[in-house]
Design a protein around this ligand. Structure first.
Ligand code: C2E
Ligand code: MG
Ligand code: MG
Length: 386
């Protein structure tokens, strides 16, 4: 074997690696042909022949098991070695579901190979790798698809109070999954999962349709002013150029004024400012308001509030909680002043105590949302309250 900095040359007949060797390197075949074989019941059995462009010996470096075959140069060969760390780092950062798929295939292949060579230790299925977390995720995702079609998803409404008047001005729509075995699954768990695939789009459409139906029922109460309902929008929905058109179509179908539907965009999603600016402009042209959700938790960057014309800023609940100390109080007071300077309204999230509400009122915060005002409840419960 001749070694250069990046390539290794093997002469015809030379062994590149042997069965049961410890794996250190995989190879990319640049030129020449390589035979892969194994010993079966004491005899050499050819498993295949590889040529330029093929990976060689990658299995063992992925799962660190000893080489399960021997590789021998058929002709003179040139190979680029690939260090195991090049695979290991990429595997570690890969999607856990993709990793689980790869490991499952590898386990199955090794087990088939062991049966072929008569090396199988025991009959039965190959043992599973430690990928139960990833498989759990796939299972949950399949169940979520079913949930969407079988009424397991419910949209609750959490009241938002206008602090000065004490009136319930609107609600935030919050999704819940009533799982038949797991009980109630938090949106923090399943919305992220749905966002990893395009499943978030039908879920978002489902919530949109439910919210518009709810507005129709609230209108039926015949109150002087119809409360607004705020809708949380996910990253993939922001990328959907039809989103606003679909919202308007739902509203128009039901004869609802666009101003009663609000859009909430969480701060961590505001990195493509021109895209968000275009979305806000479309909402404003249609008469819809847009709120910046979870303010203070994203990248702690004031750029978006400087350039984007949000109508409302929702103070994250961690700041509301901090109102019990002087630093938190000072910071929230400054945020209220900033909100006013920007001509925005402020909604404080996670208001749980009367002291917090009193402090927010004294500072001039416009709205409060939290358990003190009311927990998320079903539309039936809202209607029952009148
Ligand atoms: P968010 O939009 O910031 O919603 C506020 C969260 O704070 C809700 O959690 C609500 O139940 C909770 N909360 C409200 N008041 C209080 C309080 O006084 N104390 C405490 N400790 N918590 C309070 P939830 O319902 O678990 O939702 C979590 C997140 O999931 C939401 O955060 C939102 O980002 C997302 N989400 C919920 N529904 C949807 C949806 O339909 N679509 C999308 N894309 N995301 C949703
Ligand atoms: Mg929200
Ligand atoms: Mg929030």
């Amino acid at each position: 074997m001749e070694t250069s900095a990046t390539r290794r040359k093997y002469s015809a007949g030379e062994i590149i690696f042997a069965e049961d060797d410890e794996p250190t390197t995989a190879f990319l075949i640049e030129s020449g042909r390589v035979a892969v074989s194994t010993i079966q019941h004491g005899k050499v059995r050819e498993l295949g022949e590889l040529g330029p462009g093929a990976l060689l010996g990658e299995m063992a470096v992925i799962d660190s098991a000893p080489r399960s075959a021997t590789a021998q140069a058929i002709t003179n060969c040139e190979l680029t070695p690939i260090d195991r760390s090049q695979f290991a780092e990429r595997l570690a950062s890969a999607d856990p579901v993709v990793r689980a798929l790869l490991m499952s295939q590898l386990t199955r292949y090794r087990s088939a190979l062991a049966r072929l060579t008569g090396d199988a230790q025991e009959e039965g299925m190959p043992s599973a790798h430690d990928d139960s977390g990833a498989l759990d995720k796939i299972r949950l995702e399949s169940e979520l698809r079913t949930a969407l079609q079988s009424d397991q998803l419910e949209v609750l409404l959490q009241p938002i109070q206008h602090i000065a008047s004490g009136r319930i001005a609107g609600f935030e729509a919050l999704i819940r999954w009533q799982h038949p075995q797991r009980g109630q699954v938090s949106p923090n768990e399943f919305i992220r999962l749905a966002e990893e695939t395009s499943l978030i789009l039908p879920i978002g459409d489902y919530v949109l349709a439910r919210v518009c139906d709810m507005l129709v029922e609230l209108r039926g109460l015949g109150r002087e002013s119809l409360p607004f309902i705020a809708l949380n929008i996910s990253a993939r929905q922001i990328d959907d150029p039809q989103l606003i058109d679909r919202m308007l179509a739902h509203l128009e179908e039901r004869g609802l004024p666009p101003g009663r539907l609000e859009v909430e965009i969480t701060e961590s999603l505001v990195f493509n400012q021109s895209q968000i600016a275009a979305l806000i402009a479309r909402c404003h042209a249609a008469g819809m308001q847009v709120a910046l959700d979870d303010f203070g938790t994203g990248y702690s960057n004031l750029g978006p509030v400087l350039t984007l014309e949000f109508d409302r800023i929702k103070l994250d609940q961690s700041f509301t909680r901090a109102l019990d100390g002087p630093r938190g109080t000072g910071l929230v007071r400054a945020i209220v002043a900033m909100t006013k300077a920007l001509n925005c309204e402020m909604i404080a999230e996670g208001v749980e105590t009367q002291d917090q509400l009193d402090a927010l009122r004294e500072m001039g915060c416009d709205y409060a949302q939290g358990w003190l005002v009311g927990k998320p409840i079903s539309l039936q419960e809202v209607l029952a309250c009148g």
